[in-house]
Design a protein around this ligand. Structure first.
Ligand SMILES: *Cc1c(COP(=O)(O)O)cnc(C)c1O
Length: 360
């Protein structure tokens, strides 16, 4: 985008990404820390993130082949792990041609691999369902899968599983899941990968040959407030500007509906961001925004292109001032909690019409 009249933007701090990566990687220095950049790097721009990390990272991960091909089209040559594996037969050849590692989770994928490319020479990751019950071979199937795979040439075989509750430190499930994976690892003598961001932070015993770092790379915490996440730097700052200021009398409401009434004569700022930009429509009155060093509460409903904020107590605020919706000055978790969602969803749903600016 070359001309921009509206100042709404997401500022992406690439240096913060590098620092977050280095910090998290230092927590498991014997593991290869994979940077998970699916969903356009959680809304941060996958190719830019890949470039910024190119000297740190030797494996990237995305959800499906299209995301991996988009990286190649942008000149990213790092190995890419495709977390959902082939979803079409032709994905197998694409993987071979492009140095993609494939995660296999179902029999149909195994069938394609054997029939299309028994001479497949890439990396294969086997996803085992150790209790999340979403994706992966059952533990009892692994014997059979291994015997099928013995007919295929593989340069590197990794056993992998995914935590359902790694964020819950007092939960028994993560240990049960890890136990199941480790039993298979001992049996087959393979490399393994269990930990996502929360696994890396909460479950050191889950650190494998490979860990899969997503959310924390972007400076958001998968485990809430913790001393371990204090060093993370939010990589995205979402901001917009005040385009109008007006006053309403006590008892009046604002915007669509009437779910908020002024408890006093109120100075309102209208800010140029709405749910079409990815600011959550669910955000309740009272959700803070950050203006000129102070917090002010959202009031009324979030519109498609605008929100309204009570700036009665911020007397120097004027039209044109910058408002931070989340970022370095306002933790995204607070916005997520006020919107009945999680930081992951907020980051990934910032929409295309919000331009990104990259800083180092
Ligand atoms: C998205 C994803 C990750 C990264 O998870 P975070 O919680 O963001 O660290 C790891 N592994 C798999 C299989 C994933 O799909």
């Amino acid at each position: 985008m070359s001309y921009t009249s509206r100042l709404t933007k997401a500022i992406i701090d690439l240096d913060a990404l590098v620092k977050n990566y280095q910090y998290i990687a230092s927590l498991s220095s014997n593991s290869n820390t994979i940077a998970v950049i699916k969903a356009d790097a959680y809304g941060h721009n996958a190719s830019k993130v890949a470039q910024a990390l190119s000297t740190e990272v030797n494996i990237l991960a995305v959800a499906f082949i299209d995301e991996a091909l988009a990286l190649r089209a942008d000149g990213i040559n790092t190995k890419v792990l495709v977390l959902e594996g082939p979803l079409k037969e032709t994905d197998i050849e694409l993987a071979l041609d492009n140095n993609f590692a494939l995660m296999l989770h179902s029999d149909y994928q195994l069938g394609w691999l054997k029939s299309i490319s028994p001479e497949f020479s890439g990396d294969i990751w086997l996803k085992v369902d150790t209790g999340m019950n979403r994706l992966g071979f059952q533990v009892e199937q692994v014997d059979h899968v291994m015997s099928q795979l013995s007919a295929v040439q593989i340069s590197n075989l990794v056993l992998c599983s995914h935590y359902a509750t790694a964020d819950q430190i007092d939960c028994i499930r993560p240990s049960k899941q890890l136990e199941k994976l480790k039993a298979l690892v001992a049996k087959y003598g393979c490399k393994f990968s269990m930990a996502n961001s929360a696994g890396i932070l909460n479950w050191p015993e889950s650190h494998g040959h490979y860990n899969r770092l997503g959310l924390a790379l972007y400076g958001a915490s998968p485990i809430g407030k913790s001393p371990k996440t204090r060093a993370l730097i939010p990589a995205m700052t979402l901001q917009a500007n005040i385009i109008a200021i007006h006053t309403v009398k006590i008892g009046e409401s604002v915007g669509y509906g009437n779910n908020w009434q002024a408890q006093r004569d109120t100075m309102l700022a209208t800010v140029a961001i709405g749910y079409a930009d990815g600011y959550p429509r669910n955000a309740k009155s009272g959700t803070p925004v950050y203006i000129n060093g102070a917090l002010a509460p959202l009031v009324g409903r979030v519109s498609m292109d605008m929100i309204t904020v009570d700036i009665t107590d911020l007397i120097h605020t004027k039209i044109g001032d910058t408002v931070e919706l989340w970022g370095k000055n306002l933790n995204i978790d607070i916005v997520a909690q006020n919107s009945d969602t999680i930081n992951y969803e907020l980051l990934t749903r910032v929409s295309k019409r919000v331009p990104k600016t990259f800083v180092n």
